[in-house]
Design a protein around this ligand. Structure first.
Ligand code: PEP
Length: 251
């Protein structure tokens, strides 16, 4: 059993009042719900981690960062280390989100270093990979994903490969309202697993692979039921607590 993860990525959203109400409603909505196979992770902006951590009362909910530094400490103004995220209750951290790759020019090599830094800090990195619309139209999806994965697997030991979660997020589906079809998702996830099995034959069935890209209440059930989908990375919809709760509790 690989277990499932539903991750809410708040991006640059939230404020003290919103967060308090959201966490209160999330705790309340999950009261009495049991599913030992599924964990829920909230990734607020780093500055609100302390607040959100102090408001958590449900054991299913865990915290994650949206990014971390490749470095542990030193003269890196504006950066946050993995250990700092851990100090504020994080168990997970997103790495290589397409918005980081685009707006902060994070290369595959930087994403690989961040993945390693997360593991070294004792966090589970959720490594985001995905192709652009143009790459998809050109039939380059698998090639692009392979390249993104190979840089990561190059820096990780066999043992560390088991500590990562992969999130397949086609860039053309993020924030666009266009979701990849279940057939596209299943076949791409199966290819990702195949790729891992070439590099690490014994690990491929153990690594969690999440899907992200315009997940909604209306499509979440079908997506999470796919054989090679082990959970969902939810952006916009994770800010609407009623919708996020419904997604978390899909049976
Ligand atoms: C994301 O930010 O990872 C994401 C998938 O966003 P959205 O759900 O809004 O497409």
């Amino acid at each position: 059993m690989r277990g499932e993860l539903i991750i809410g990525n708040w991006k640059l959203n939230g404020n003290l009042e919103f967060n308090e109400l959201f966490m209160m409603n999330l705790n309340r909505g999950l009261k009495g719900w049991t599913n030992d196979n599924r964990k829920i992770v909230i990734c607020p902006p780093a500055i609100y981690l302390h607040q959100c951590n102090s408001l958590l009362t449900d054991a299913h909910i865990l915290l994650g960062g949206q990014d971390l530094s490749t470095e542990v400490s030193g003269a890196y103004t504006g950066e946050i280390s993995g250990q700092m995220l851990k100090d504020f209750g994080c168990r997970y951290v997103l790495v290589g989100h397409s918005e980081r790759r685009l707006h902060h020019f994070e290369s595959n090599q930087v994403v690989a270093q961040k993945t390693l830094a997360a593991i070294q800090a004792g966090l589970t990195p959720v490594v985001c990979i995905g192709e652009t619309q143009a790459q998809q139209s050109e039939g380059q999806t698998v090639e692009v994903l392979k390249e993104q994965l190979s840089d990561i697997f190059q820096v990780l030991s066999h043992e560390d490969c088991l500590k990562i979660v992969i999130a397949y997020e086609p860039i053309w589906a993020i924030g666009t309202g266009i979701t990849a079809t279940p057939e596209q998702v299943q076949s791409t996830h199966a290819k990702i697993r195949e790729e891992i099995s070439i590099l690490h034959p014994t690990l491929s069935m153990q690594v969690k692979i999440l899907y992200g890209g315009s997940v909604r209440v209306s499509n979440a059930r079908e997506l999470i039921s796919l054989a090679d989908v082990d959970g969902l990375l939810v952006g916009g919809t994770s800010l609407v607590v009623e919708d996020f709760l419904q997604i978390c509790q899909i049976s």
